[in-house]
Design a protein around this ligand. Sequence first.
Ligand code: HEC
Ligand code: HEC
Length: 413
Amino acid sequence: MIGIGWQSDSSRLAYDIMRWILLSFFSLFLLVIACSNQQDDRGPSDLAREARRLSRIYPLPASVKFPADNHWSEAKVHLGRLLFFDPILSGKQDIACATCHHPDNGFAESRDLSIGTNGIGFGNSRHFKQPNEIPLVKRNAHTILNTAFNGIDLGQRYDPNNAPMFWDNRANSLEEQALMPMKALEEMRGTEISEEEIVQVVIKRLRTIDAYVELFEKAFPDSDQPIDSINLAKALATYERTLVNNNTRFDMFKRGEAEAMSLGEKEGMQLFIEVGCAACHNGPMLSDYKTHVLGVPENDKLTELDRGFEDRFHFRTPTLRNLRFTFPFMHNGTMHSIREILEFYQDISQGKSRNPNVPIDSIDPLARALKLKVKDFGPIENFLLSLNDDNYDRRIPAEVPSGLPVGGNISSR
Ligand code: HEC
Ligand code: HEC
């Protein structure tokens, strides 16, 4: 019958072929959709397997890698340190990198959200001078400690030219990151100089100061014009790569000193892995350097929602090293204790989102799969405290070549 049909009617043949092609495309389309949703369709046992595969934690390497085009040199570190503390890099010459990343606070800040230019004072006593038209910085300041290792993976590999920076990974190396705070209105630029002009304005200022001319020549002996934006970024990045504290009790234990961690800390470490924290907080930095949705509550001091990476409420997994200094916690500093954070994770694992803009289904399955009991809180907290290390370069220059206040307007502390 069919044979007769298609032989006698060629338009029917065309119709059948068309239908076959459309059906094939439709099946292919369904297959693609099914595959792209695979992540959310993972069954509990697949997720558990994946979490176990990821859950490995290591000590940090003993030394730091420098990029091929920005080797370490004492001259560069010295110059980078002076620049880091010198408010000459800011539009109104009132704020330095060190204002928000000060060695007295582990190169981070004790405020939830930073106060940039037009601010005065240090840490919690920092406030805006009046009148003020500068908004708060919308995120919590990271520590610079160990950013030399940003991006380090489960195989302990990392590439200083491809090192994710910021809560949304929007910069890719310390060099690329270094000029960004200078260009940001609410951090260092202010309103008087445009984003396009600010770096050149700063370069011109540096060229007028003899001490900087000499320091740049020593640090970059092969450059015809040593003071330029590339070398400015390179010097800052070289100094930052020396800000490392890789000898926590955890590192010592993992390198073979069995007694370096207490029994309680070791128990906490085991639970940290079993509960599922290490599915994201893994590798030597206890971060996978990926972005995830957790639905941290918004900070009420901000007038707009912070939608994070790709506007999807994704934020990068932070390192759990030096929590003593990264306090207050999360991308917007809204959490104040490890216990509060553990309660937040417990809510997620019980199907509750704390952020009304982030439905529970959109929260990362690895967070929803956490198996967290109240009795685990204490030991996990003990383990996290073994990741602090007070031993790092705290040197503050006595003065900076511009003659401006070292570290910006922080002296009212
Ligand atoms: C007004 C305070 C402020 C100043 C000044 C400032 N920062 Fe930051 N810094 C922050 C905040 C806030 C973040 C997090 C921003 C984000 O992730 O969106 C940050 C993030 C960083 C990071 C990313 C670390 C990581 O792990 O991703 C680096 C590196 C850094 N700053 C270096 C610098 C340097 C270098 C300067 C000076 C040129 C500087 N900062 C000036 C507040 C400041
Ligand atoms: C799905 C991945 C994931 C899992 C699982 C996870 N975390 Fe996190 N963690 C993150 C992300 C992402 C952030 C930052 C979220 C934000 O700021 O919006 C974070 C933030 C934190 C912070 C704040 C650090 C700081 O300096 O601000 C702590 C502490 C923390 N997590 C501990 C834990 C513990 C303990 C567990 C297990 C109970 C855990 N995390 C499980 C991804 C994860």
